[in-house]
Design a protein around this ligand. Structure first.
Ligand code: PXG
Length: 452
C-alpha cells in the first residue's frame, strides 16, 4: 500500500490514495465506523489542517486541546530538527541531558509561587499516575502510611492509566476493566448544574457548596486515610464544566484543614487555555501538585510532567536512605527532543504573549459563544478563556448522537469541533483571529440548525 505524503492530494477533487486501514487499532474511536468513512489529516499550518483530499479544515480544537501556539510553528520545528541532529536520546536514570533541567526551571517560572519541582513523563496519563504515586510516597516518607485514599470527582478525566481511570469519574472508562482499578477511591459530585447556572458567562455563580461533599467524605473515611484530592480546575473532556465561584477556594481550604494534598490536573487548562498560564493562576488557588502535558511542547513531541511543591520533593528525597529516592520513571523522561520542543514552545508563548492574547480575546469569544443562544436545541452555553461548551438537548433515545453529527457536519463544512456527550467543545489555538472565531461559530450555528 502506498503511504500518504503531506504534499500529495492537494486538489479538493482528487481521490486520496490511502494506506490499508485494517492493521491500526485506533484509540477512543469507533473503529468500524471510522474505517468505513475515514477522516485523514495529512498536513497542518497555523490555524488549519489539510485533509488527504486536499481540503483545508479550520482547527477549532487546537488538535486535542494541545496545539496552543498553532500548527507547525517554525521556531519549534527548527528546535526539534536541530536537537535531533545533536543529541537524539540520553538515558534519564543516573545520567541526564541539560535541556531537561533547563525546561524544568522554565516551567516552574510559570507556576504559582511554591511549585518548584518538576518530574517529567510523556503524557497526561503518565503525569497523573506519577502524581498519585508521589502522593503515596510522600505520606510514607512523612510517617503517615495509612493515607492511601484518593478522592477524584464525577465527570473528571485523568487519562487512561489504572490510577487515572480510578480517580476519573467516567464510568465508561472503567467498565471493561472492572475488578482491577484502585480500591480506595471516592468521587466528589461534579459541579455542573444547568438548572441554576445555564447560559452563565464565565464562572457560574451557584455551586460553591458542591465542595462541602469533601468534608462529608473525609468524615466518612477519616482524614488520616486520605492521601490526595485530584480535580481539573475546569473539566474539559466531559464537556467544559466550569468551577462555580468560590468552589476551588473551598476545596483548597478543606484540603489544607485536613492536611490532604490537592492535585490540579492542568493537562488541558495549562499553558494559556483559560487566559492565564494555568488554572491555578487564573483562579488564584494554589494546589500542592499540578499535572501538565499537551501544550508544554505545543503537542509536537509527547511530554507530560508533575510539578510539585519543594516540600514534597524534600520530604521524599531527604527521608530516604542513600540511593534512589523514588522508584518511578520512564525511559523517555525529559527526552531531549521533547525538552528542546518545550523550550522553543515556552519561548514562543512568551515572545508572542499568547496567554495574554487569549485573555484579551476572551470577551469577543464570549460574545460569539452567547450569540448562539436562541436555538431550541441548545440547552446551555459556557465559556472561559478560549474555551466554549455548547450543550445540546440530547436526541430522545440517542444520547450524544446529535453532537456527534454536528462534529461530522462541521468537519464537512471545513471546521473542526469536538463532541463529548451532547456538548460541542471549542478550544482553538491561541493565535486564532476574530474572523476565524466568527467562521467557527457560524459553522456551528448553521450545523446545529441542519441536524435533526
Ligand atoms: N488529564 C486531563 C485533564 C486530560 O484532559 C489527560 C489527563 C490524559 O492525557 P494523555 O496525554 O494521556 O491523553 C487528559 C487528556 C477530549 C480529550 O476529547 C481530552 C484528552 C484526551 C483525549 C480527548 O476532550 N485529555
Amino acid at each position: 500500500m502506498t503511504s500518504i505524503s503531506p504534499t500529495q492530494n492537494t486538489h479538493p477533487t482528487s481521490k486520496p490514495s490511502r494506506p490499508s486501514l485494517d492493521e491500526l487499532w485506533m484509540p477512543f474511536t469507533a473503529n468500524r465506523s471510522f474505517k468505513s468513512a475515514p477522516r485523514m489529516l495529512v498536513a497542518a499550518k497555523g490555524m488549519y489542517y489539510t485533509t488527504d483530499d486536499g481540503r483545508k479544515i479550520l482547527d477549532g480544537t487546537a488538535g486535542l486541546w494541545c496545539v496552543n501556539a498553532g500548527h507547525c510553528r517554525e521556531p519549534i520545528t527548527e528546535a526539534i530538527r536541530r536537537q535531533a541532529g545533536v543529541l537524539d536520546y540520553a538515558p534519564p536514570f543516573n545520567l541526564a541531558n541539560p535541556l531537561s533541567f533547563e525546561l524544568a526551571q522554565r516551567v516552574t517560572k510559570l507556576m504559582p509561587r511554591g511549585i518548584d519541582r518538576v518530574f517529567f513523563g510523556n503524557s497526561g496519563s503518565e503525569a497523573v499516575d506519577t502524581a498519585l504515586k508521589i502522593a503515596l510516597a510522600y505520606w510514607q516518607a512523612k510517617g503517615e502510611p495509612n493515607r492511601v485514599r484518593f478522592i477524584g470527582r464525577q465527570r473528571g478525566y485523568h487519562g487512561v492509566g489504572f490510577g487515572g481511570v480510578s480517580v476519573g469519574g467516567i464510568e465508561a472508562n472503567r467498565k471493561q476493566f472492572v475488578g482491577q482499578t484502585l480500591p480506595a477511591v471516592d468521587h466528589l459530585p461534579h459541579t455542573h448544574d444547568i438548572a441554576k447556572n445555564a447560559f452563565s458567562r464565565g464562572q457560574p455563580a451557584h455551586g460553591a457548596h458542591f465542595a462541602d461533599a469533601l468534608e462529608s467524605m473525609i468524615e466518612k473515611h477519616g482524614a488520616a486515610t486520605v492521601a490526595a484530592v485530584i480535580i481539573e480546575p475546569m473539566a474539559g473532556s466531559t464537556g467544559v464544566l466550569l468551577p462555580p465561584k468560590g468552589y476551588l477556594e473551598r476545596i483548597r481550604e478543606i484540603c489544607t484543614k485536613h492536611g490532604i494534598l490537592l492535585i490540579f490536573d492542568e493537562v488541558i487548562t495549562g499553558f494559556g487555555r483559560l487566559g492565564s498560564a494555568f488554572g491555578a493562576t487564573k483562579f488564584n488557588v494554589t494546589p500542592d501538585m499540578l499535572t501538565i502535558a499537551k501544550g508544554i511542547t505545543n503537542a509536537t513531541v509527547p511530554m507530560g510532567a508533575v510539578c510539585a511543591k519543594s516540600e514534597i520533593y524534600d520530604t521524599i528525597v531527604n527521608s530516604s536512605a542513600p540511593g534512589i529516592e523514588l522508584f518511578h520513571g520512564y525511559t523517555y523522561s525529559g527526552h531531549p527532543l521533547a525538552a528542546a520542543a518545550g523550550l522553543a514552545t515556552l519561548d514562543l508563548y512568551r515572545d508572542e504573549g499568547l496567554f495574554d492574547r487569549a485573555a484579551s480575546l476572551e470577551s469577543y469569544w464570549a460574545d460569539a459563544v452567547h450569540a448562539l443562544r436562541g436555538s431550541s436545541k441548545i440547552i446551555d452555553l459556557r465559556n472561559m478563556g478560549l474555551v466554549a461548551g455548547i450543550e445540546l438537548e440530547p436526541r430522545p433515545g440517542a444520547p450524544g448522537a446529535r453532537a456527534f453529527e454536528v462534529f461530522l457536519k462541521c468537519f464537512e463544512d471545513g471546521v473542526m469541533v469536538r463532541s463529548t456527550g451532547d456538548t460541542i467543545a471549542l478550544s482553538p489555538p491561541l493565535i486564532v483571529e476574530k474572523p476565524e472565531i466568527d467562521r467557527m461559530f457560524e459553522s456551528v450555528r448553521k450545523t446545529i440548525e441542519l441536524v435533526s
